[in-house]
Design a protein around this ligand. Sequence first.
Ligand SMILES: Cc1cc2nc3c(=O)[nH]c(=O)nc-3n(C[C@H](O)[C@H](O)[C@H](O)COP(=O)(O)OP(=O)(O)OC[C@H]3O[C@@H](n4cnc5c(N)ncnc54)[C@H](O)[C@@H]3O)c2cc1C
Length: 384
Amino acid sequence: MSDDDFTVIRSQVKDFVRKQVVPRELEIMDTDAIPEDLRAKVRDMGLFGYAIPQEFGGLGLNLVQDVELAMELGYTSLALRSMFGTNNGIAGQVLVGFGTDEQKQQWLGRLASGEVVASFALTEPGAGSNPAGLRTKAVRDGEDWVLNGDKRWITNAPLADLFVTFARTRPADGSGAGIAVFLVPADTPGVSVGVKDRKMGQEGAWTSDVTFTDVRVPASAIIGGSEDVGYRAALTSLARGRVHIAALSVGAAQRALDESVAFAAASTQGGTPIGSFQLVQAMLADMQAGVMAGRALARDAAAMWVSGEDRRIAPSVAKLFCTEMVGKVADLAVQIHGGTGYMREVPVERIYREVRLLRLYEGTSEIQRLIIGGGLVKAAQQGR
Ligand SMILES: Cc1cc2nc3c(=O)[nH]c(=O)nc-3n(C[C@H](O)[C@H](O)[C@H](O)COP(=O)(O)OP(=O)(O)OC[C@H]3O[C@@H](n4cnc5c(N)ncnc54)[C@H](O)[C@@H]3O)c2cc1C
């Protein structure tokens, strides 16, 4: 998308978030749902397909534009972004990057319009940080594949029409991880979605277990038409998603900061605004520094992704720094609010709980450190 067109989209999204979603954050929290009228507006704005190519009906934003949008979306309840995040992100990008022409034609248009919600079904009990340990099996039976296994904490599973499902087709060996990715419509016999999980935060974003019992799909359901594409697809899709999560963190940190500045300027102790106390100013200064550093880093990592300069270490650096940063910023925001910050109706209380997830999913902070450190040493050993 051209820069001019993107400027318009970005300002529409910013307006929508600040004027229409922010005032309804408590409703989202209390009902554990995104109101249907907001969902319809999101669909009308094309957000279910913002990162899906225009030829399939999406907005076709690249990652540099994606991070700008993510910073706006991070400013409010993270459940809003979660509603269409999997279509554009970890699930949709597997199809965009690795699907066959037929698979793209079949699914991408409906993902972009929001008619279909896709979930990314990788994690299993015992296979989270290390997806190579996954045990869901796909066994060839004539022209079909038959899947059996259990997935857990799958975002949007209770609403999903399509599961982008990772399964082992053979033991890992020298030629690869032995993991393929299958497109499994949610109404396929044998697919069972568990009850909605009860989580710490991000009310309105739903996860649940998904069980596959003798689920039969045709050979055309395998991503890229090959058993050997899946694992690479997962790693690439997750790496791209890390830059997006970094930008989302910056948006949430900016909101926590804005709430804190407003509170510090208005709230008094003994008649003195708490913002006059230098120890409070120091907290605000640390928050501002974190937000600005995170914003620059997320933008830099996105530019390196788009140019192809670095699609491995930079995404992990951005996710590690920005998700840790927003954790600290949210903590300081609660501190500045004093007891008020511990109360349910106050935005920083919600932000404090919501951003905790960002350090856990799509690769924990420890896994990002392993990718960064391991990548640096490997490059040195290869003389790069
Ligand atoms: C709300 C929510 C939504 C989610 N949505 C999805 C989804 O849509 N699709 C999906 O597939 N998954 C999803 N997940 C799963 C998520 O990606 C995993 O929880 C995450 O990858 C961590 O895996 P785990 O929970 O098994 O923890 P573990 O991997 O068991 O980690 C536990 C601890 O051990 C550390 N650790 C693990 N391995 C190492 C190592 N080698 N070296 C050092 N430390 C290590 C971790 O960093 C962590 O601190 C979701 C999870 C949540 C909570």
